[in-house]
Design a protein around this ligand. Structure first.
Ligand SMILES: [Zn+2]
Ligand SMILES: [Zn+2]
Length: 275
């Protein structure tokens, strides 16, 4: 049986999300998706800004997100399984604020992201030049390693995130082989700490045209002993819900994974990959 689970989905409780949790449930049933983990944005370093954050009030929005999931889980029981997650941005930038994020609820799943390196804006907002790309990427991978080593999370989200914008907006084509040593170190750390790597399928529909990370990097994670992968569309509306998840599962299979992972109560559950 083909069981499709999407573990990276934003609802309208995220500043950039468009669909309500109810609309996501309806769409999941229509598309035959068994389970959806709602992972609204929690840009932890912004917590102290409250309503003044450009990403909205993180505590309020995650509180609402969790409330929606709890209410609708009951209503949709037996039709779609809903799980409580958050996409925790930059967990190590301001640890005392990150602590407050964990206290909001008993989450099923915590996805750790780096959307910006320390003292820079989100990679989405940056201007890329041949001069700044190498150092931005180096800082990015260093922060990811630090996150992999020291943060409290379940899966590491969209590794190679800056590449999405570099490829989309410039003709710079960085050679990721230059970062292979640190990427290996990130993977070995995930293996050692029994954390998952996310295969984020949003890139399949962008100019980069690959999952984040791509098949070669997922294969490398497997070679280094990786056993846990989560698959997420990173959908910001129900039209995109589940987009690319089957392709993401296929990439996991091609890299030697026999199952992929869905977290419940922060504990990994394996979902068999069909053949
Ligand atoms: Zn993200
Ligand atoms: Zn996301």
């Amino acid at each position: 049986m083909k069981i499709i689970c999407d573990t990276h989905v934003h609802s309208s409780n995220s500043f950039d999300g468009e669909s309500t949790v109810r609309e996501i449930c309806e769409s999941a049933i229509e598309k035959g998706i068994s389970s959806v983990t709602i992972t609204d944005h929690m840009e932890a370093p912004e917590i102290s800004l409250g309503d003044k954050s450009i990403f909205g009030n993180a505590v309020k929005s995650i509180t609402q997100s969790v409330k929606d999931v709890e209410e609708l889980s009951e209503e949709y029981e037996g039709r779609v399984s809903l799980l409580k997650g958050m996409e925790l941005g930059e967990p190590l930038h301001k640890p005392s604020l990150t602590k407050k994020a964990y206290e909001i609820a008993d989450f099923d799943f915590i996805l750790a992201s780096i959307h910006n390196v320390l003292n820079e804006e989100d990679f989405y907002y940056l201007t890329y030049t041949r001069e700044n790309v190498p150092s931005l990427l180096e800082r990015y991978f260093n922060e990811l390693l630090d996150t992999a080593q020291n943060a409290d999370f379940d899966s590491l989200a969209h590794l190679t995130y800056p590449m999405r914008y570099i490829i989309e907006r410039t003709d710079i084509r960085p050679d990721l082989d230059k970062y292979s040593e640190i990427i290996d170190e990130i993977f070995l750390t995930l293996v050692k700490r029994n954390k998952a790597l996310e295969i984020n399928t949003s890139g399949l529909f962008k100019p980069i045209g690959t999952t984040l990370p791509d098949l070669d990097l997922v294969r490398r994670f497997r070679e280094l002993g990786g056993s846990l992968v989560t698959i997420g569309s990173d959908a910001h509306n129900c039209k995109k819900l589940g987009a690319g998840v089957v392709e993401g599962i296929e990439i996991a299979r091609l890299c030697g994974f026999k199952s992929y992972t869905v977290y419940q109560n922060r504990s990994p559950k394996q979902v068999a990959i069909w053949y």
